[in-house]
Ligand binder design. Structure first.
Ligand code: CO8
Length: 260
């Protein structure tokens, strides 16, 4: 079928728009993660590319985060492979040399929120139906330390404490209030606004912007880079526990029932 990662590079502007298109909810499966990492690495290596807009081609959804079915009833080997791909996506996005803008044009829980948090700037469509946040605890799971750090570095300690413990999902207005997103725009203007914001970021000489970004993010990135294997083991051990598997199953059933 069609690729779930649509990449459009405007060479003159030096900006790539990456759109996720994995219906129904852009769930980050191993297949989607692999494609997305490949696309990001290619842009990273492309001299003509200086900026990246990350957005969704699925109406109303930015990304539902990790595909829960990847964490349920899988072998340890497969779980490890999956988690390595999640790490890789974050390392690429959080450490990108490119100026990165998230155009959050729909709901963005958990891993979806992490992708947005990993960009340099977040614009969200001002639709009260959309929610964004790290809601892991509501699934009975725990956001890993690097999810926590990405949130902490964006909203500060107090907001991160409430946000992570309660697994809060914020409306766009609430997300804007705590600084989880940088600005709100009417839904139909979001892509145009992302292009404007990108132009501001690209008006700064790349090397100066990149060194500043790296100075602020290196410690956070290095923490995972230095503990990558242990983090995989932690994930596999935690997610394989009976109680956690049961909790995920209940959550999946709740998602399905909600519709009936
Ligand atoms: N994974 C797999 N399937 C999903 C997911 C998901 N994350 N989200 C939704 N789906 C499925 C639904 O079950 C449903 O399936 P079906 O059609 O077969 O019934 C289909 O997608 C459509 O979903 P909805 O009907 O709910 O669609 P809506 O448009 O009404 O709502 C939402 C969209 C808001 C995205 C809603 O589906 C939702 O809230 N989903 C759950 C999102 C979520 O909680 N994600 C958390 C994933 S965990 C994560 O990302 C980080 C984990 C860190 C690991 C730490 C371990 C130590």
């Amino acid at each position: 079928g069609a690729s779930p990662v649509l990449v459009e590079l405007d060479e003159r502007a030096g900006v790539a728009v990456v759109r996720l298109q994995q219906p129904p909810v852009n769930g980050l499966s191993l297949a989607l993660l692999t494609e997305l990492c490949l696309a990001l690495q290619k842009l990273e290596d492309r001299r003509a590319c200086r900026g990246l807009v990350l957005t969704s081609a699925v109406p109303g959804i930015f990304s539902a985060g990790l595909d829960i079915t990847e964490m349920f009833g899988r072998s340890e080997e497969r779980l490890g492979e999956f988690w390595r791909a999640v790490q890789q996506l974050w390392i690429l996005l959080y450490g990108s040399r490119l100026a990165t803008v998230a155009a959050v044009n729909g709901s963005s829980p958990a891993g979806g929120c992490l992708m947005a948090l990993s960009c340099d700037y977040r614009i969200m469509a001002d639709n009260p139906k959309y929610k964004i946040g790290l809601n892991e605890t509501r699934l009975g799971i725990v956001a890993p330390f690097w999810f926590k750090d990405a949130l902490l570095n964006t909203v500060g300690h107090r907001a991160a404490e409430r946000s992570l413990q309660l697994g809060l999902l914020y409306s766009p207005q609430e997300a804007f209030k705590i600084g989880l997103v940088d600005e709100l725009v009417p839904e139909e203007k979001i892509q145009a606004r992302a292009a404007e914001v990108m132009a501001q970021w690209l008006a700064i000489p790349d090397h100066a912007r990149q060194l500043s970004k790296s100075a602020l993010r290196k410690q956070t990135l290095d923490h995972l880079l230095m503990h990558r294997e242990a983090d995989i083991q932690d994930f596999v051990r935690f997610i394989s526990r009976d109680a956690i598997q049961k909790s995920l199953q209940k959550y999946m059933e709740m998602l399905k029932q909600k519709k009936a």
